[in-house]
Design a binder for this molecule. Structure first.
Ligand SMILES: *[C@@H]1O[C@H](CO)[C@@H](O)[C@H](O)[C@H]1NC(C)=O
Ligand SMILES: *[C@@H]1O[C@H](CO)[C@@H](O)[C@H](O)[C@H]1NC(C)=O
Ligand SMILES: *[C@@H]1O[C@H](CO)[C@@H](O)[C@H](O)[C@H]1NC(C)=O
Ligand SMILES: *[C@@H]1O[C@H](CO)[C@@H](O)[C@H](O)[C@H]1NC(C)=O
Ligand SMILES: *[C@@H]1O[C@H](CO)[C@@H](O)[C@H](O)[C@H]1NC(C)=O
Length: 499
C-alpha cells in the first residue's frame, strides 16, 4: 500500500528528527547518571510479589483482569513520594531490576521541572540491560515530560510502572515546530508493558482551542481538525507484543492511543477521558495492526471510542464502555481511492451511551479492498444517535462524487443489540455503495427503542440501500429492507475480498 509506505517513511523521518531534537536538545538540566542503583526484588523488603509462579505461566495474551478501582486523583503537587514501590515484577512474572526515575535518575516530579531526560535515560538504561527491567515512576509525583521516543528493541522486556502522573507541556507553542504529532512514542519496543495506577494527562485544552480546529456547533463537522497537527498522546509504532494496563489517560490533544504496524497488542483496564467537545480525541486507534485485544476499558471522549483503520486484522474488543463520542468505528476506509483491508473484528459486551454512533462501518466513495468477518455481539445502546450504521458515502465536505469502486463490505453480523436510540436518526442505516453492494449482513436479537428523551420525534424506519442479507425475526423495529441472497455478479464481487 503506497500510502501506508509513504506514511511510514514520513514517520521514520519524523522520528529521526524527534530523536535528534531530544539528543541535541540543550534545554533542561543534565543529570549525572553515575549511579544507576538496581534494586532487585529479591532484596525488596515486605512486598510480597503475589503468586509469581502462576503468573509466569499466564499466556502472553491472557485476557486482562478487571480494571482496578480507579485510584483517587493523585496530588499533582508532587509533595509526596512516600508511597512504597509496588512489587517490582515484570508482566511475565519473576524478579526484575527496578529503575526508579526519582531515586536513580534524578526526576523531580513536581509537575514543573522537566523530567524528560530522567525518564528517557531510565528507559534507555533498562532497555540496554539484559533481563527484564521495570522503569518505576512512583505514586505521589507528577512528571512533566516533553515529546519523547522510547526506542527498542531492548535486551529484555521493559515494563513502565506508572503509579504517579505524567503530564505533557500544556502550551502548543512549547512544542518544537517540526514535531507536533506525537507525545509519547514507543518505537520497535517489542514486549513492552505500560501499566500502573497512574494518570497520563495530555493537557489538550489549548490544542483543542486552536483556531484551525473544527468545533461542534461552529459550522464545521465536529472532530476533524485535520488542518493543524496536534499530538497523539501514546503512539505504539512497529512494536510487537505490547501491553497497556490499568492506567487513566485523559485530555489528549488528539488520539489518546494509536497502534500502528504492531502485532500482538493487549489493552486492558484503562480509563480514557476527554470532554465531549474535544475534536479528534479518539480513544484507541488501531491500524496496520493484528492480534489485538481491547478489554475492560471505559472511554468517554469527543470522537471515536475505538477506531479501526486499514490493515487491522484479528481484533477483539470486549467489555468496553463508550460514552459521549462517536462510538466504535471501522473506518473511515478507502479515502482518496486507497485500498483498505479489515477482517476478523469482534466487538462483544459493549455499552455505548449518548454517542453519535453505536457500531459503525464507514467508507469513502472510490476506495477498494474489503471489510469482512465482523461481529457485533451483545451491545447495549443508551440514547445513541445511529446505533447500527454502515455508511459507504462517508464524506466530510459538502460534495463527494459517487465513484464506481468501493471498499467491499461483507459478512457483518449484529447479534444482541439492545437499548435505546436518539430518534433524530433511524436506528438502523445501511447505506451501501451503488457500485459494490454489501453482502451477508445479518441481524438477530435486535431490539432498539426510541429513547425517552426523543419522545414525540417520529422514528424513522430502518434504511437500506443496496444491501443483501437477512434479519432473523423478530427484530424491533422490524427490518424488511434487506435483499435476500446474493447479487447477480457475486463471484466478481467476492474476488474483491482481501482475504
Ligand atoms: C469480560 O467480562 C466478563 C464478565 O466480567 C469476564 O468474564 C471476561 O473475562 C471479560 N473479558 C476479558 C477479555 O477480560
Ligand atoms: C510475541 O510473543 C510470543 C511469546 O513470547 C512469541 O512467540 C511471538 O513470536 C511474539 N510475536 C511477535 C510478533 O513478536
Ligand atoms: C480472529 O481473531 C481472533 C483474535 O481476536 C483469533 O483468535 C482468531 O483465530 C481469528 N480468526 C481467524 C479465522 O483468523
Ligand atoms: C450518490 O449515490 C447515492 C445513492 O444512489 C445518491 O443518493 C446520491 O445522491 C449520489 N450522490 C451524488 C453526488 O451523485
Ligand atoms: C457470512 O458471514 C459470516 C460472518 O459474519 C461467515 O461466517 C459466513 O461464512 C458468511 N457466509 C457466506 C455465504 O459468505
Amino acid at each position: 500500500m503506497e500510502v501506508a509506505a509513504r506514511t511510514a517513511i514520513a514517520l521514520l523521518l519524523a522520528l529521526a528528527v524527534a530523536s535528534g531534537c531530544l539528543c541535541g536538545g540543550a534545554q533542561g538540566r543534565h543529570h549525572r547518571h553515575t549511579k544507576h542503583t538496581r534494586h532487585n526484588s529479591a532484596h525488596a523488603p515486605s512486598q510480597a510479589p503475589g503468586p509469581a509462579s502462576s503468573r509466569r505461566h499466564a499466556p502472553p495474551h491472557a485476557p486482562g483482569a478487571s480494571p482496578p478501582a480507579p485510584p483517587p486523583p493523585s496530588s499533582s503537587s508532587g509533595a509526596g513520594g512516600a508511597a512504597p514501590a509496588p512489587a517490582p515484577e515484570t508482566a511475565a512474572g519473576g524478579a526484575a531490576a527496578v529503575y526508579d526515575v526519582v531515586k536513580d535518575f534524578g526526576a523531580v516530579g513536581d509537575g514543573v521541572a522537566d523530567d524528560t531526560d530522567a525518564i528517557k535515560t531510565a528507559w534507555d538504561t533498562a532497555c540496554s540491560e539484559d533481563g527484564d527491567g521495570v522503569v518505576l515512576a512512583a505514586a505521589g509525583y507528577s512528571f512533566l515530560v516533553h515529546s519523547t521516543v522510547f526506542t527498542g528493541p531492548c535486551q529484555g522486556s521493559v515494563t513502565i510502572q506508572l503509579d504517579g502522573t505524567m503530564v505533557a507541556p500544556s502550551d502548543p507553542d512549547k512544542w518544537p515546530a517540526n514535531n507536533k504529532r506525537n507525545w509519547l512514542v514507543f518505537y520497535n519496543a517489542h514486549g513492552t508493558t505500560l501499566r500502573g495506577a497512574g494518570l497520563i494527562d495530555g493537557k489538550g485544552q489549548k490544542w483543542w482551542d486552536l483556531p484551525c480546529k473544527a468545533h461542534k456547533g461552529q459550522g464545521g463537522s465536529s472532530g476533524h481538525g485535520a488542518s493543524c497537527d496536534s499530538p497523539v498522546a501514546l503512539r505504539f509504532f512497529t512494536s510487537n507484543n505490547v501491553t497497556v494496563q490499568g492506567l487513566r489517560v485523559q485530555n489528549s490533544p488528539e488520539f489518546h492511543f494509536r497502534f500502528d504496524s504492531c502485532r500482538g497488542v493487549v489493552v486492558s483496564g484503562l480509563s480514557i477521558s476527554s470532554p465531549q467537545q474535544s475534536p479528534n480525541t479518539d480513544g484507541i486507534h488501531i491500524e496496520n495492526t493484528q492480534d489485538v485485544l481491547v478489554a475492560n476499558t471505559a472511554v468517554s471522549n469527543g470522537d471515536d471510542c475505538v477506531s479501526i483503520g486499514a490493515g487491522a486484522l484479528n481484533v477483539r474488543i470486549e467489555n468496553v464502555t463508550c460514552a459521549l463520542g462517536h462510538g466504535i468505528s471501522i473506518g473511515s476506509l478507502g479515502k482518496q481511492g486507497t485500498r483498505a483491508c479489515v477482517a476478523n473484528v469482534t466487538v462483544r459486551n459493549a455499552v455505548i451511551r449518548r454517542s453519535d454512533n453505536g457500531v459503525r462501518i464507514k467508507t469513502w466513495q472510490g476506495g477498494s479492498g474489503s471489510v469482512s468477518s465482523v461481529a457485533f455481539e451483545n451491545v447495549r445502546m443508551d440514547a445513541v444517535r445511529n446505533p447500527i450504521i454502515i455508511d459507504q458515502y462517508y464524506c466530510l465536505s459538502r460534495t463527494c462524487e459517487n465513484a464506481t469502486t468501493a471498499v467491499f463490505v461483507s459478512g457483518v453480523s449484529y447479534a444482541g443489540i439492545r437499548g435505546t436510540y436518539d430518534a433524530r436518526s433511524p436506528p438502523i442505516h445501511f447505506g451501501c455503495s451503488d457500485a459494490v453492494p454489501c453482502t451477508n449482513i445479518t441481524l438477530a436479537d435486535v431490539e432498539l427503542l426510541p429513547a425517552a428523551s426523543s419522545s414525540g420525534q417520529a422514528a424513522d424506519e430502518p434504511f437500506c440501500w443496496n444491501v443483501y442479507g437477512n434479519a432473523a425475526a423478530p427484530t424491533v423495529p422490524p427490518v424488511a429492507c434487506l435483499m435476500d441472497g446474493v447479487p447477480g455478479n457475486y463471484a466478481d464481487k467476492s474476488s474483491l475480498k482481501c482475504y
